[in-house]
Ligand binder design. Sequence first.
Ligand SMILES: Nc1nc2c(c(=O)[nH]1)N[C@H]1C(S)=C(S)[C@@H](COP(=O)(O)OP(=O)(O)OC[C@H]3O[C@@H](n4cnc5c(N)ncnc54)[C@H](O)[C@@H]3O)O[C@H]1N2
Ligand code: MOO
Length: 393
Amino acid sequence: MQLLPVADAQSRLFALAPRVESETLPLRDAAGRWAAQDILANRTQPAADLSAMDGYAIRFADMPGPWTVIGESAAGRAFDGEVRTGEAVRIFTGAALPAGADTVLIQEEAARAGEALTLDGEGPPYLGRNTRARGLDFTIGDRLVAKGDRLTPARIAVAATGGHGTLGVNRRIRVAVAATGDELVPPGSTTSGLALPESNGIMIAAMLADLPVDIVDLGILPDRLETLRDAFAAARCDLLVTTGGASVGDHDLVRPAIEAAGGVIDFWRIALRPGKPMMAGRLRDATVLSLPGNPVSAFVTATLFVRPLVAHMAGARDPLPQTTHALLGEDLAANNARTDYMRAEIRDGRAYASTIQDSSMLLTLARSTCLIVRPGNAPAAKAGDSAEILVIA
Ligand SMILES: Nc1nc2c(c(=O)[nH]1)N[C@H]1C(S)=C(S)[C@@H](COP(=O)(O)OP(=O)(O)OC[C@H]3O[C@@H](n4cnc5c(N)ncnc54)[C@H](O)[C@@H]3O)O[C@H]1N2
Ligand code: MOO
C-alpha cells in the first residue's frame, strides 16, 4: 500500500483548497487575520525629530552651558521659535525638537533657577543624544506588513501608527466538524456500558480557537451511510472536518458517504504515525478532511493538516507549524517508513518520549508538551542527540 509522505499530503491539500475572499475590517477586528495585501506606511514615523527624554533641548556646541530657558515643547505642542547659542527649551518625551536645537540634556543632569539653567552632571556625551530622528522607525511608503503575514498585536499597532484605520484581510473560514461513531455520547452525559464520551470534535474546536473560524457543529453522527451522506451533503462550509470511520473496518463509512454525497477523495493514507488513515477531498464548494478516530491520531492530523489548511485558506504565506530542536533525554529506536510524532515532555531542556505511544491514550497526550518528530526510516538515536520537536503546550 502506497502511503503519501506528510509534506506531499500538505501541498496536495493546499492545492485543493482555494484562498477565501478578502474584506476590509477596522483595526480592532483584524487581529489574528492574515493581511490580504502589503500594508504600506501612509506617514513617516516619527514625523519630526523628537526628544526621547524629559529635559532641555540645547545646541550640543554650547556644552557645558550655562543656558537661558526661552520656552517649552511638549508632545503634540511644539515650541515655534528657534534655539540660539546659549538658549535652551524645556522639553518632554515625544515632543518636537525646536529649530536650532540638536541634543537633549536630561533633567536629572541639570539645575534650574528661574530661567537660568546649568549643567549638574556629565551632560550629553555627543550631538543628538536623547533625540529620535525623523523617520527613525519608518518612512512613508515603507512596507510595514507583507501580504500573508499574520496580524499580530505588534503588526496591528504598526499599521495604526502607519496611518491605517482599516485593513484588507481574508475573511473567516466556516469549518463544519462532525464526529462519527455509534459508541459516542455527548461529553457530560451519564455513560454506561461501552458508551464513550465524544472528545475529538471538542478538541478540534479548541485547536481552532485562536484562528479566524466559525465552527458549524454537526455533532455526533451514527455509523449509517445514509445519515452520514445526508449530513455531509447538507453542510454549508468552506471546510468539512470529520473524525472516525476513516479506516478499513466494516463500519468505516466516511469515504463512501462523502462519495455518495457527490464528493471526490483526492488522497488517502499518509506515511504518518499516528494518523495514517487520514483522507482529503472536495465536496461541492468545500474541502473535506477526514481524520482518524483515535484521539491522538486526530490531534496529530489536526496539528499537521487542519490548522495549516485553515491558515492557508485564510491567506497565510507560511501556514505550516514551526518546529524547533531539543536534545533527547533517552535513546530512541530506529523508525520505520512512517514519520513518527512521538508524545514527549521537555524536562531540564531535554525531550523524553512517553513509554507507550498508543494513539488512543489521551492522558499521555494531555501530559505532553511536545511531539518528537522522527522522520521515516530514521536510524536509532542516542540520548543527547538533537531532535526536531513540535511544541504543543
Ligand atoms: N485492519 C486495519 N485496522 C486499522 C487500521 C488499518 O490500517 N488496518 N488502521 C488503524 C489506525 S492507524 C487507526 S488511526 C484507526 C482509525 O480508524 P478510524 O478512523 O476508522 O476510527 P474509528 O475506528 O472510528 O475509531 C478509532 C478509535 O477512536 C475512538 N473514537 C472515534 N471517534 C472518537 C471521538 N469523536 N471521540 C473520542 N474517541 C473517538 C473510537 O471509539 C475507537 O476506539 O484504525 C486502525 N485500524
Ligand atoms: O495511525 Mo493510527 O492513527 O496509528 O493510530
